[in-house]
Design a protein around this ligand. Structure first.
Ligand code: ATP
Ligand code: MG
Length: 420
């Protein structure tokens, strides 16, 4: 893609109302645009990163479930059926905005904050026999939550992206087996996103689903809103919310001896057991023809929050730093041609060859000063920068700089062409 065609521009200053580092940098670099607190548009660069994060998640989830797309909007009835219409403290409702709209229909709807209420009846319709189970569905979709504080940029949206997976089982044992396998899939996702080392399975409250614990995936991050008690040796952590004398005894853990660190919850998996199947009267027929309750699990990951966490963790003074797996482009090609037509032509040719070879390149073909190109390139944070200038061209070279390490190497244009 040509930078001259990107419809966004970088900016030197972050908007005054953005306090979170991820929002400041992503806005300055032209990845996102704030619509209002907790609600962002994803611009071309930002959308590329988000899609890549979601693709990594999708590839791992395809191994353990079937992708679906559930509606963002639903009737209030299904939420009333589980009793959660009145109890989910972030649930949002929507109605016609004006008289004209209300005259057409005065119905009100729920903007889904999670999808147990939607998926359970769907699973029930098609999976009524022991032969149909286990089965698992997942989606990657937009969620709505009436969050109290939305000052953390992508870390806490009122509208945000979530991958949510739901699994249905014959009994608790089968659920447990699947649940443990899902943990491994989650670890693979975080590893591929470059967060493996710093992301820990964390025992947390089971919410109103289970008296058991749920498992969060917490990434160590200064900007995170959670405090975890970390046992590095055993690679397990405890959310502060479960650090009680009773749990110390139940788990045989001396919480006081553990390291306390700030972290951000990037994923959360719950054994739902029979909470939702009971609400929808979802049973299956076993081998003997008897009706049995279906056991469920749910498994969430936040792709847009992950994008924010990755910015918080890897960015430096000069700007964003993307891991290769999710960078918007792999190569940032800078043409420092100035008035030199020869350099401009060579850069143009290298760009075309890179594109033809299938490389992911952003080409800074703009007519701006070199200093501005360098600063923008640092801010945008693409892993590799190729610089074609009068000086490098005179030596038949291209300068290659790694964004993360700052390491510079000179590569001959012939070698570069061979490697394309
Ligand atoms: P938190 O405790 O941070 O409010 P949660 O426990 O309510 O999150 P879950 O219902 O477990 O969130 O949602 C699954 C995943 O979706 C979370 O692990 C997180 O990655 C992501 N997520 C949840 N709320 C938000 C939000 N407001 N903005 C962005 N991502 C979110
Ligand atoms: Mg959670």
């Amino acid at each position: 893609m040509r930078q001259s065609q990107l419809f966004t521009k970088t900016r030197k200053e972050a908007p005054a109302d953005e306090v979170a580092k991820n929002a400041q940098l992503l806005t300055r670099a032209g990845y996102v645009h704030k619509e209002m607190a907790g609600v962002y548009s994803f611009l071309p660069l930002g959308l590329r990163v988000l899609k890549k994060i979601e693709q990594v998640i999708r590839e791992e989830m395809d191994k353990i479930g079937n992708e679906v797309l559930l509606p963002a909007l639903s009737s209030a009835d299904v939420w009333k059926q589980t009793g959660r219409f009145d109890t989910v403290d972030v649930l949002m409702r929507t109605v016609g905005a004006n008289e004209l709209s209300l005259a057409k229909s005065d119905a009100s709807y729920v903007l889904n904050s999670t999808h147990e209420e939607i998926i359970t009846p769907i699973a029930q319709e098609s999976n009524g026999s022991y032969k149909d189970l286990p089965v698992a569905y997942y989606q990657i979709q937009t969620k709505f939550r009436n969050e109290a504080r939305a000052k953390s940029g992508l870390l806490r949206g009122r509208e945000f992206r979530m991958k949510d997976l739901y699994s249905f089982h014959r009994d608790e044992n089968d659920l447990k087996e699947y649940y443990n396998n899902a943990k491994l899939s989650y670890q693979e996702v975080f590893k591929r996103l470059g967060l493996g080392e710093d992301t820990f399975i964390t025992l947390a409250s089971g919410g109103d689903f289970t008296t058991d614990f749920s498992h969060e995936f917490q990434t160590i991050c200064e900007a995170g809103e959670d405090l975890i008690y970390l046992d590095r040796k055993n690679k397990i952590a405890y959310n502060k919310e479960v650090v009680t004398p009773e749990n110390a005894e139940k788990l045989g853990v001396d919480f006081d001896s553990l390291e306390q660190v700030k972290a951000c919850e990037v994923g959360n998996i719950f054994p739902l057991n029979t909470k939702f199947s009971k609400a929808f009267d979802y049973t299956y027929t076993d081998e003997s023809g008897a009706q049995q309750p279906v056991f469920m699990g749910c498994y969430g990951i936040g792709p847009s929050r992950l994008m924010g966490v990755i910015v918080e963790k890897f960015a430096d003074e000069a700007g964003l730093v993307w891991p290769e797996a999710i960078a918007p482009f792999q190569i940032h090609l800078l043409s420092l041609a100035g008035d030199n037509a020869e350099v401009a032509k060579e850069a143009e040719e290298i760009y075309k060859e890179l594109v033809a070879s299938g490389a992911d390149v952003l080409f800074d073909d703009r007519d701006v000063r070199a200093g501005e190109k360098f600063a923008d390139s640092d801010l945008i944070g693409i892993p590799k920068r190729f610089i074609v200038s009068e000086k490098s061209l005179a030596q038949g070279m291209v300068e290659v700089k790694e964004r993360a390490t700052g390491k510079v190497t000179m590569v001959s244009i012939t070698d570069l062409r061979d490697s394309i």
